[in-house]
Ligand binder design. Structure first.
Ligand code: Q46
Ligand code: ZN
Ligand code: ZN
Length: 327
């Protein structure tokens, strides 16, 4: 097996690209894929302040490393979810990554800031863990990005993630979700701009990237992932990919190119107002996250006070260009 570029021994085969690569050319391939996505979808610029959500897993650490390599200014946000030993070990991987590279990391611990963790919240509220977890992550992440004045938030969703979500949305014809499944979601009242630069890389590729870059990451699956139906969709798509390499990319990028504009992105701006407890945008009096906190901690609305997670830095905001401000 020889590298397609230099003919030296290859370390990985990518059937989807009908190519094998040596270490250097595989790493270059990953950087090129990310650069291409950023350019194609006008995601971020090098003068933007970017916040990456890091979990300690391969995707988010690979993304942070790739963006650094490409010259972007990126801070990290780690959310302590309170999923027993799993959260402790995930945090250690993030800490090690940050210390080795002297990067800036913001840490928000759910138990310290809001009085509950995902394990306890799902037990007391009888919600599926991933539902309580996803809601908490979105809320904390959005707030940290808006309070910190970041131009964009980047997440480590890869091609497998996006294809699986699309598959699930198509199976149930969730037209609202289909309209929002874009690689870039513009900022809107109280929500930051969100972009997904890893959509041209698969899980196998981000794992290989980490190994070849010497990045240690959380290999174990989250113990609360049971009941996450996307795992089943991923398995189904992996079987298809095995038989017909390139199917996942064709499915997802074909959707972005030929079909997404048929589904309107829901515009709920007129219906959103500030949550009476925390100030986050919501279409109800109290936002879904605050309702979860109240349920999980058994407290009342009068106990809930806005929490300042990140103070706005004393630097001029960048002007012009995509995502340079909030509506
Ligand atoms: S951390 Fe949270 Fe995931 Fe664990 S509980 Fe589900 S959503 S699986 S990415
Ligand atoms: Zn090579
Ligand atoms: Zn709220």
């Amino acid at each position: 097996m020889k590298c397609r570029v230099c003919r030296e021994p290859a370390v990985i085969d990518l059937r989807r690209h009908n190519a094998n690569f040596c270490t250097d050319h595989f790493l270059r391939h990953c950087r090129q894929q990310v650069e291409r996505v950023i350019k194609d979808f006008d995601m971020v610029r090098t003068d933007h302040r970017i916040l990456v959500a890091v979990s300690g897993g391969k995707d988010s650490l690979a993304l942070w490393d790739l963006l650094n390599e490409l010259g972007y200014q990126v801070d990290g946000l780690y959310i302590g979810l309170g999923i027993d030993q799993y959260s402790d070990s995930s945090y250690r991987f993030v800490q090690e990554f940050v210390e080795q590279r002297s990067l800036h990391l913001i840490v928000v611990d759910l138990a310290e800031t809001h009085g509950f963790g995902v394990s306890t919240a799902s037990a007391t509220t009888r919600r599926v863990p991933c539902s309580a977890c996803g809601l908490s992550k979105r809320h904390v992440f959005d707030k940290a990005a808006v309070d910190g004045g970041y131009d964009a938030v980047v997440t480590g969703h890869n091609l497998d993630d996006e294809a699986a979500v699309l598959y699930g949305n198509v199976l149930r014809w969730q037209v609202g979700y289909l309209g929002r499944q874009r690689p870039v979601l513009e900022a809107r009242a109280g929500f930051p701009r969100k972009v997904k630069p890893l959509i041209r890389l698969t899980e196998r590729e981000t794992a290989a990237y980490c190994v070849l870059r010497g990045i240690e990451y959380q290999v174990e699956e989250c113990p609360m992932a049971d009941g996450n139906r996307h795992l089943g969709f991923k398995e189904a798509l992996n079987r298809l990919e095995e038989q017909s390499p390139g199917s996942k990319a064709e499915f997802y990028f074909g959707y972005l190119k030929r079909a997404i504009d048929r589904f309107e992105e829901p515009d709920d701006r007129d219906q959103l107002g500030p949550c009476s407890a925390c100030g986050a945008p919501t279409d109800a009096d109290v936002c879904a996250f605050c309702r979860l906190v109240l349920q999980a901690t058994g407290t009342s609305i009068s106990d809930r006070r806005p929490v300042a997670l990140v103070s706005k830095p004393d630097i001029p905001a960048s002007t012009g260009g995509p995502g340079s401000g909030h509506e």
